[in-house]
Ligand binder design. Sequence first.
Ligand code: GLY
Length: 347
Amino acid sequence: MRTLHVNLGKNSYDIVFERGLLSDVGKYVKREGRRLAVVTDDNVAKLYADGVVSSLEKAGYRVSLIVLPHGEKTKSFNTLPQIYAKLLQQKITRKDALVALGGGVIGDLTGFVAATYLRGIDFIQIPTSLLAQVDSSIGGKVAVDLTEGKNLVGAFWQPEQVLIDVNALSSLSEEFFTDGMAEVIKYGCIKDKNLFKTLADCGGKKGLLPVIDDVIYRCCDIKREVVEKDEKDKGERMLLNFGHTYGHALEKFYDFEKLSHGMAVSVGMYAITKIAEEKGLTAKGAADEIARVAVMYGLPVEDSAPASEVVKGVVNDKKNLGDKLVAVLLKEIGESYLYPTTAEFFK
Ligand code: GLY
């Protein structure tokens, strides 16, 4: 078992890494006797709900289960009333807690419910996708989508624990694994050239699997460090958005149908680095390196959508309301910085 401690004063918590913990979750959760409402989706429920619920019950918790349809549509503001109603039926009080068992959609949604139900209750993250394990389960950004766009209503609400079982990745489809790899590559790009080199040397998923535990741990450690410096996303934490500004606009351009988040971020990382190189803001060769590694892991780096149309979405992104935006650029692979500019940057 390995642990990372996220030091955020009274909102501090541990990230626990242990293969197999999903079948023994009760051992890791604290404060027995309280009620726990496990929130998951229908795909994850088939695999893990029975094991998680019975392990928690054996450890002395009173457990209820809420199973939602899988997919981004579930992360809608409109899903909230039915979850609040179920929690009320299940008599979940402020002394109790929610357990988010699933990928980013379940983690973000459950976290938002935890932040708002009865003015806020505790929640535990048990991320089962690569993207959720390296990124969305850590740092307390919780949100739901509006019809106008993703994550437009949310909060900073830190979990009381993050429990990571890397074995869960073996049940992940290729598509979801690839999706998460964009965030893994992102960490190498923004903070750690050795991590980036490891990803390049592994040559793809097959080569990566023998070292995946260390890679996930390293990504979480980078995220921990960034979040500790800037919990509320006013400076350093924005570095985690490398590739995301253009990526989000591209996802939206296709109405979230054609490209996954990771695919769009991969295109975004390459696009912004290519432009920054041309402007002399990034060391030459970085964009090609990103492309080489992204392609190894099955990610695209180019898309046929006209940049002039995609950029219209950049100005509507929640981080760039108004015409100003803070671009995340690489000095070189492994070192990133913030560059205040406007959407003109992409034209
Ligand atoms: N996923 C970006 C962040 O947590 O800030």
